[in-house]
Write a protein that binds this ligand. Structure first.
Ligand SMILES: Nc1ncnc2c1ncn2[C@@H]1O[C@H](COP(=O)(O)OP(=O)(O)OP(=O)(O)O)[C@@H](O)[C@H]1O
Length: 285
């Protein structure tokens, strides 16, 4: 978003600054290479690209959650604090109050044996120092905020008693519990049907706006990115091939891969607009 926003002044302060981020496998082979990203408070950056292009590893490196054996080099600064190389104890503090993540299938992130209210409350106790009772009350409030039906009842439910969309609301409540400055959402609606998907996307954008947080939203699906993001970075083969404000990039994509994504979305009728002009014709429509 390049125009003024209600977050106007804050927007100038860099929230996330990534430079030369490279993620390597144990054997030194790079899977993500030389990534630069900038995100200000209130920005919603969509990272789009095909499966295997390195979106998730980029997000995990930013959150300090890379799988065992992978290493990140370069620089990842949150509010001016360098995160790469921080000890696990320091990183754990940043996670939760600084950076929170929502994943594609919250079932894998949720404890199947614990009521969801307690799972939300446990983050509140850890990061906000609330007592057990305060945290449980606040957890119900968060269930209300993410619009779970009957918040008291939902807080008492076990994950398997909720639908996929409701579990994703719980995942979001856990992420929001500590008022993160940056929310990373990695394909959070891919497993959901279209109607529920739209509701969750609305909820995510509303929630980050209410928090004045930044959003790094990952999807292989350009129309989903277009719904959520105001800026876009297109990834392919471990690198960013094009980035910028959403509308200018979609109106006039420079990279052939961005054009390919756009053409497919327009042909499927999933984005409004004219077909992408064919480069070879030399004519703009
Ligand atoms: N734990 C791992 N060990 C080894 N290689 C991995 C691991 N995780 C990811 N990779 C490889 O790193 C590359 C980037 O994967 P990544 O998951 O970041 O892609 P992605 O764009 O998020 O795709 P998807 O949408 O399918 O998750 C891929 O080639 C993938 O096979």
């Amino acid at each position: 978003m390049s125009g003024p926003t209600e977050l106007g002044k804050e927007r100038d302060m860099g929230l996330l600054r990534v430079r030369g981020l490279t993620v390597r496998r144990r054997d030194g082979h790079p899977l993500v290479e030389d990534i630069d990203l900038d995100l200000a408070a209130g920005d919603r950056l969509g990272l789009v690209g095909e499966s295997g292009s390195g979106k998730s590893l980029t997000a995990l490196a930013v959150a300090g959650l890379l799988p065992e054996g992978m290493t990140a080099t370069g620089s990842v600064q949150l509010d001016g604090v360098e995160l790469l190389g921080l000890a696990e104890a320091e990183l754990a503090k940043v996670r939760g109050s600084g950076v929170a993540m929502v994943f594609q299938e919250p079932l894998t992130a949720l404890d199947p044996l614990m009521r969801v209210g307690r799972q939300i409350a446990s983050g509140l106790r850890r990061h906000r120092g609330l007592t057990g009772r305060q945290a449980e009350a606040e957890a119900v409030e968060l269930c209300r905020r993410v619009r779970l039906p009957d918040p008291e009842e939902s807080a008492r439910a076990y994950p398997h008693q909720l639908s996929g969309g409701q579990r994703q609301r719980v995942g979001l409540a856990i992420a929001l519990a500590c008022g993160p400055r940056l929310l990373i959402a990695d394909e959070p609606t891919t497993a959901l049907d279209v109607t529920v998907q739209a509701e969750i996307l609305d909820l995510i954008t509303e929630s980050v706006a209410a928090e004045g947080a930044g959003l790094l939203f990952i999807s292989h699906d350009l129309p989903v990115i277009a719904t959520v993001a105001d800026r876009i970075a297109v990834m392919r083969d471990g690198g960013i091939v094009e980035h910028g404000d959403l509308h200018p990039v979609l109106a006039d994509p420079e990279h052939p891969y961005t054009r390919e994504l756009l053409t497919a979305a327009l042909a499927a009728g999933r984005l409004p607009g004219d077909p992408v002009p064919d480069d070879s014709s030399g004519e703009a429509r």
